[in-house]
Structure formats: structure tokens, C-alpha cells
Design a binder for this molecule. Structure first.
Ligand code: HEM
Length: 221
């Protein structure tokens, strides 16, 4: 049945992400922003500043949460495939979105992992939200310094991927006006979702040819 639910879509209407996928998306977005701002703040503080350790603990706890959310999102995504892209997106838009989404997932895994490894250089491990300590990997200086480099350089990929993602969302809202943002927002429609019809060419892969159809509202899956 999974393949049918994945490939159901009316010609002029788009489906939405599930409410769980939407909630995970917006929670991750808020956590990403908070983690980045915290990093800027504690990096600008003198080492001896009293609240620095608390900010680092919060940054690390949020980063670890982003990691677990990203893993859970992958499981959820597998069991509840995202709404189809075709029929609405041009091929380049579908390709750009596909790459951007996977690069975002990659960075949501890479940044916390490199942070976890680089933290072995810290004299004081920090507890997860002041609750408990994760097992500490043994300190291997070469690995820790490589992880530090990955983490510091990785931040620029975060800015680039998130920036492009938001620009892409803006493009769909302001230029294409195709309701793409609605796919990631709760339905405003009180009426029950229209029954979706089978779409034989349904796919989310950007290699498939895309046909742009007239605009229409999104429907719930
Ligand atoms: C103002 C901020 C943001 C807006 C307006 C936004 C908007 C959207 C929209 C509209 C989609 C659905 C695209 C589609 O229909 O195919 C989406 C998907 C996605 N967004 Fe965002 N987003 C924002 C921030 C973020 C952040 C900070 C991250 C994480 C780093 C993120 C990660 C993702 C991922 C991974 C997907 C793909 C979900 C999937 O298919 O599994 N977004 N976003």
C-alpha cells in the first residue's frame, strides 16, 4: 500500500507533508537557528566568562537533539513518503529541492557528530540539558582536531544550505506562487481532503520529467 499512498495526487492539487513531518521540520528549524546563534555568542565571549559553559552545554544539547530528530525524520520519511513534487515543479526546481533537502539532512548529521568528537578535547564534558552525560569517546588528538575543522568549516555549509533553502521557499512564494510553502504548513481548509486520484507517473526523483500544471491549493494526505 505504501507505493499507492506515495503516488496519489490530483492533477491540479498538491499534497501536504504529514503533521508530524511538519512539526519535526519547524522544530528543527527553530533549533538550528538557536544552535547557530548560541555558537556565535559563546565564541565571542572570553573563555573565563561565567555563563559560557552554560551556553556551550545548551548549544551541544540542541545539536544532539537535531541529530536525533534528523534520524527520526528519516525513519518517518521512509514510512510516510513526502508528497510528490511532480506536476507542479519544473525539472530544475525539483532537482534543486532534492539536492538541497539531502544536503540539509547530511549537515544535520555531520555537525552534531563532528561536535561530539571534537568535544573530547574539552576539559569539562557537558551534560545533555543538565540531565545526564553521553558516553565520551576516547580522546584521539588527530581525530578531535579534524572534527574541529569539519565543525568550523561546516558552519558555512549550514549558512549556505539553509540560506538557499529559504531563498527557494521565497522563490515559490513570491515568484511562482505555487503553494509550495503550504505543503509544510497545517491545512486551513475545514473541508475534508479531496480524494486523491492515482498518478501513474508519480515520483520525487529529479531525474523524472516534470510538467508544470496550473496552480491549485494543497490537500492533506
Ligand atoms: C524560514 C525557514 C524555512 C522555510 C520557509 C522552510 C520551508 C520549507 C518547505 C516549504 C519545505 C517543503 C518543500 C517541498 O514542498 O518539497 C521544506 C522542506 C524541508 N526543509 Fe525547510 N524551511 C525552513 C527552514 C529549514 C531549516 C532551518 C532546515 C534544517 C536545517 C530545513 C530543512 C528542510 C528539509 C530537510 C526539508 C525536506 C523534508 C523532507 O522531504 O524530508 N528547513 N522546507
Amino acid at each position: 500500500m505504501r507505493s499507492i499512498s506515495r503516488t496519489t495526487q490530483t492533477a491540479d492539487r498538491m499534497e501536504r507533508y504529514t503533521p508530524v513531518a511538519q512539526a519535526l521540520h519547524w522544530l528543527t528549524a527553530v533549533l538550528m537557528l538557536t544552535a547557530v546563534v548560541l555558537a556565535w555568542v559563546f565564541m565571542a565571549m572570553p573563555n573565563a566568562a561565567g555563563s559560557r559553559f552554560a551556553l556551550i552545554t545548551l548549544h551541544k544539547s540542541i545539536g544532539q537533539t537535531i541529530f536525533f530528530l534528523a534520524v527520526f525524520r528519516q525513519i518517518w520519511r521512509y514510512r510516510h513518503p513526502p508528497p510528490l513534487m511532480n506536476g507542479r515543479f519544473t525539472r530544475w526546481e525539483a532537482c534543486a529541492a532534492w539536492w538541497n533537502h539531502w544536503l540539509l539532512y547530511a549537515i544535520m548529521i555531520l555537525m552534531p557528530l563532528s561536535g561530539y568528537i571534537l568535544a573530547t578535547v574539552a576539559a569539562r564534558p557537558s551534560p545533555y540539558f543538565w540531565l545526564f552525560y553521553w558516553p565520551q569517546p576516547s580522546h584521539i588528538p588527530v581525530l578531535a582536531h579534524a572534527a574541529l575543522r569539519v565543525h568550523l568549516i561546516g558552519q558555512f555549509f549550514v549558512y549556505a544550505f539553509v540560506g538557499l533553502h529559504i531563498l527557494g521557499a521565497g522563490w515559490h512564494v513570491l515568484v511562482r506562487r505555487d503553494g509550495t510553502l503550504d505543503r509544510m504548513l497545517p491545512s486551513q481548509d475545514q473541508k475534508p481532503a479531496e480524494s486523491a486520484s492515482f498518478h501513474p507517473n508519480g515520483s520525487n526523483r529529479c531525474t523524472d520529467s516534470q510538467t508544470v500544471v496550473p496552480h491549485g491549493p494543497a490537500v492533506d494526505r
